[in-house]
Design a protein around this ligand. Sequence first.
Ligand code: ZN
Length: 321
Amino acid sequence: MNKITILFISILLFISCKQTENNGLQFVSRDRDVPTFSADSAYYFIETQVNFSPRVPNTYGHAETREYLMAKLKDYAGDQSVFPQEFTAEGYSGDMKLTNIIAAFNTSATDRIMLCAHWDTRPRADMDTVKTADYIPGADDGGSGVGILLELARLMADNPPPVGVDIVLFDGEDYGTSGDIKKYFIGSRYWAQNPPVPGYKPRFGILLDMVGAKGAQFPKEEYSMMYAPNLVNELWGIAEDKGYGHLFLNEPGAGVLDDHYIIDQYTDIPVIDVINHSRGEDGNIVFAEHWHTHRDDMPVISKETLKAVGEVLAELIYNRI
Ligand SMILES: [Zn+2]
């Protein structure tokens, strides 16, 4: 082959690779039935977690919640399809036993997507004015994302999804003291550096974090728009069609460091973040008033918000891929 032929073939290969990559983020509306997401059920899953008290590493509540999440996911995905990824990490006072919890639906499908949230809660209420050294209930921060994913798991048990869906619940997301980034995102960092399945490459991932509060606002988070703008626009378009444009705002959000950013950095899986925040005047992040305070408890949780997020995800999973 001469040089021009080789160059031509290389360009063709490059284009086809790029197309395959992009195809994972192309969506069309298909005429499929979408099962009904129950906000009552998601709410109950959040309440159950909060009732275990703190889901702070090395506490009783953390261990109890781990067993509950494993059992619930096994109910829905089957005993053989739930996998605890256990590891040890250095905390502020000794080692911590952490666990990422993974549940796979439609395991025979090679075409897969990933849905994630963090299941640990913050050990301190550093944004509160009282009892700042005490843990937060974490109904919204932690609990809401997990609650919505458990409800989706319940739906998928009864209605097998058209693609493979992996739920990944990260541990140790919210452990670090303010500014100590190394002690945040411990579970997602471990997961990204130690993939439980070698070469695991879902089309994309969607992270849910603080997705349950009354009056939540989800602008288009900046890193999500960098890594997977088509997916963000599709999800926000679905929300608009369903009348949830007042929650999923069609406007730029801030750049939020979260589990999705870690995975986007360490792997080639594009992951976006649905997260309640707003963008301040100078582009800084503003979180809800209850963030990292004792007020992050069941009274801030809104079934309307849970329903909106759940329905948008169900539509994407069952009817757009
Ligand atoms: Zn947090």
